[in-house]
Each structure stands twice: as C-alpha cells, then as structure tokens.
Design a binder for this molecule. Structure first.
Ligand SMILES: [Zn+2]
Length: 464
C-alpha cells in the first residue's frame, strides 16, 4: 500500500513531527518515522486540519467566471460602460450575465433601463444579495411567456417588470446549461487550504447535485461536499456527497407565514435533516426564532448569516441550541456601506461574533461566495480586526482573535461551530500545511501562508 510521510511539521505547538498517511488517513505521528515512497518536506511549517467553508454556492461561484462583475462600480456611467464593453465581446443575441449589482450604482433598474444598457443582447443582472435577477426585454422574450412562475414580478397592469425573485431553479429550466468550470473552483479553494465545503444553495436538486457529484468523482472538485437543498435530495450510492440541512430562504419583503415555516421544519425532520435558515434581517430572525419555538429545534439546526442579531435574541439562540454560520468578510467588503446606511443603534447587531461566542452559541465562519470573497484568510483577518475596506471599524466589540476565527473554519461539516477537527492518528488526511509557524499566519492572515493542501491524503495543492 502506498504511503506518504510529511516530515518536520509543527502540530498543536509540538515541533519536529512526522506524519504518515495511508489509505487517506493519518496512521502514525511522531519523530523520525520510517521512510516511505512518497515524502513531503514540511520544513518546520504548521500542519493544521483542512479548512471547511460552511456556506458557499459552488454553481454560482463557477458561473462568476463567465459573468460581468459589477460589484466594484459606483455610478450609472460606469455601469453603462461595463455592460457595453461586455456586449461588444459577444454577438448580438448572446446572453449577458452580470452579477453584484447594488442600488448605489444606478438606483433601481427598470425594464427600460435594462433595455438601454443592452439593446441587442438578452441581459440578466443579479442583485448583490443573490435574491433578485433583473431581466431586459430581450431576456424576457428569450425565456418565453409560457408557465411563468409567480416569482416573476408583474406591475399593476399585469406587465412583466423584468424582476425575478429567487428564481434560479426556474431560470435553469429555461436556459441552455452553461458548462461550469468547477475544476477552477476546486483549485482555487485548495489554494486556500479548503478541504470541505457546504453548498448552501436552496436551489440544489437532483440535477445540480449530479453535476457537483460528477466533478467530485473525476477529481475536478476534490473538496468533500455537503449539500443543502430546499427540497428532497437523495444520497448517491457511492456517498460522494453528504446531505446537509434543509435550507429555508426568507425574504423580508415576502416573509412566509409561521404555519408554512413550521411545516417546512416538520418536513425536514421527516427526512431526518436539520434546518438552516437564511436570516439577514431582524425580522427574518424573529420569524425564525418563533418557528423554532413552535416546531422545536434539533442538533444541526442553524442560522445562516446572522446579518442582524438584536442583543435580546442571543439568549434565545443559545436556549434553542442554534448555531450561527456567519461571514465576517462582509464587514470588510460592505462595512463602509453599513456604517453609512444602517442606523447607529442597529450597527452593534451586525454580523456578531464575540457576543455569540461569549453566550455559548456555536459560531462557524464561511464565505457565502460568490456574494463574498471565497478566501477564508481574508475573513479571518476581518473577524479579528472588524476593519472595513476604507479603514473604519464596525462592531469592534464583536472581534475574535485570529486563532479563534481559524478554529471556526475547522468544525465538522454537520457540526459547524463545534469542536475543531484535529490532526491525529485515525483522522482523515484532510490537511493544510502552512509555509511557516501558525502564529505568523495568524499575525497577518493571507492565503500566501498555505504551502500545500491534502484531501484524503492526496495532494490537491502545492504552492509554486
Ligand atoms: Zn448564501
């Protein structure tokens, strides 16, 4: 049986250790282990468990690669230019997909605005939240008029406005499938030391699960996969992915009623699955707590994002045993806008961390990529500084130190915020080898600190 030895690493503060891996697991750990056919020189770097991104959207992240990105724009003029440049690169009639739109760029986009932006191409523009697509007239025509879902907004006169809320699953049924370069995503995540991901897309179904499963089987997407979905999902025979919680999407603008919510929780229980609820606003959280009060919470239930958590909700989260899977990188990426737009009294409630941890609420970190950066090291930096892009701070009392932030990427996929996995004999060889000591990586968190990443003993990334 082929074996691999990683030489001279630091594990949990013990230096000079060798680690032998066989059949995907750590089988020995000690000083001066016997030679094996395959060896990696750790050169005194720290060896830590591979990171788990507990909330990511893989198909959307892959689709980003062929999309027009708008997130960096700040004016209508820039928007016109960016879309025009993209349109020039495609023949008339070809779809344009733009992402990361926010009203600060050019306000609410009406159908006529979208038609002006792209007069010869079907255009779909995704809001930064991921919840809304804005389509131009050519896009509406290309999608056809038959069997439109209620998610397709109409004005009082019954005319389509081009706005489609939470319509991704339906859109997929109408659009030609886009080849997704999941291999590029797999490589990129591996370069960050990520060995496991939880895809939190409510739109996951048998088709999208099959695409992700195939990418995992052929090695393109080597990370261990856990998939959420709104509906039922079956485990494939080869157990190539794990089925995660049932995802409940909430929208402030159209909150579901409590009975609907509790029946979704009951249905998840009948499938023996936990429940993960998208909660960005205080109203969404209030409804969610009421639903768990009514239906009961179970281990593995979780709040996604925790964008706004009023102080009085913290004790209820703890009492219900709910974990919070949050994204500190939003502090860095969107913090300046929060400071400008969110009432001062509500700012302490934004993307809490330390107060939840202090109250005993399990907290896990994640990216929500592509809506946030997929790089966990930028999130670890943001969690430990609470610094915005412009250099202001937001919720400084919510900072946790970088070591604690890293630990919140090391929980098991089905126990986010639980005990960090450890590098120990018997554990799967899902590992992240750092280029130097752990304290150096934590002093200035950056993915540059990752020297190699292994999944089940296979080297899936090696720094140049
Ligand atoms: Zn998400």
């Amino acid at each position: 049986m082929s074996a691999l030895t990683i030489r001279d690493v630091v594990i949990g503060g013990r230096d000079g250790l060798d680690v032998r891996i066989e059949a995907g697991r750590i089988v020995a750990l000690g000083r001066r282990l016997a030679a094996t056919s395959d060896e990696i020189d750790g050169a005194g770097g720290a060896l830590i468990p591979g990171l788990a991104d507990h909330h990511i959207h893989l198909p959307a992240l892959a689709a980003e690669a062929s999309s027009v990105r708008l997130a960096d724009l700040s004016s209508a003029g820039q928007l016109r230019q960016r879309i025009a440049d993209a349109a020039a690169a495609f023949p008339p009639g070809a779809w344009l997909r733009a992402t990361g739109y926010h009203e600060r760029i050019a306000g609410e986009l009406a159908l006529a605005d979208l038609d002006t932006l792209a007069p010869r191409h079907p255009l779909r523009v995704q809001h930064q939240s991921g919840a809304l697509w804005m389509l131009n007239s050519l896009a509406l025509a290309a999608l056809g008029e038959a069997d439109l879902p209620s998610a397709m907004e109409r004005d009082r006169a019954g005319r389509l406005t081009g706005r489609l809320f939470r319509g991704d699953a339906w859109l997929r049924t109408r659009l030609a499938p886009q080849p997704l370069d999941l291999a590029a995503i797999g490589r990129r995540l591996a370069s960050f030391g990520i060995t496991a991901v939880t895809d939190a897309s409510a739109s996951n179904d048998a088709d999208s699960a099959a695409i992700l499963a195939a990418a995992h089987r052929d090695g393109a997407l080597p990370q261990r996969l856990t998939l959420m979905s709104a509906g039922r999902l079956e485990t494939p025979d080869d157990r190539v992915f794990t089925i995660g919680p049932v995802k409940v999407l909430l929208d402030d603008a159209a909150l579901i009623d409590l009975d609907d919510f509790t029946s979704r929780i009951d249905r998840a229980r009948s499938w023996r699955r936990a429940v993960a609820v998208h909660c960005v606003t205080a109203a969404e959280l209030a409804l969610t707590l009421a639903a768990f009060d009514a239906a009961g919470a179970s281990p593995g239930d979780r709040i996604e994002h925790g964008g706004v958590i009023p102080a009085e909700a913290i004790g209820r989260l703890k009492a219900l045993g709910l974990a919070v899977v949050t994204q500190p990188a939003f502090i860095a990426e969107r913090g300046d806008r929060y400071l400008a737009e969110v009432e001062a009294a509500e700012q302490p409630d934004l993307y809490r961390c330390a107060s939840l941890v202090g109250a005993g609420v399990p907290v896990a970190l994640s990216s929500d990529a592509p809506y946030g950066s997929p790089d966990p090291w930028t999130a670890i930096a943001a969690a430990s500084t609470r610094r915005t892009a412009a250099g202001a701070t937001l919720g400084l009392g919510e900072r946790i130190d970088a070591a604690d932030a890293l630990a919140r990427y090391l929980g098991a996929a089905l126990d986010p915020g639980g005990s960090p996995r450890r590098v120990e004999v018997g554990a799967p060889a899902d590992l992240c080898l750092l280029a130097g000591p752990l304290r150096e990586a934590l002093a200035a968190p950056s993915s540059d600190c990752v020297r190699a990443t292994l999944i089940a003993g296979d080297v899936v990334f090696r720094a140049a």
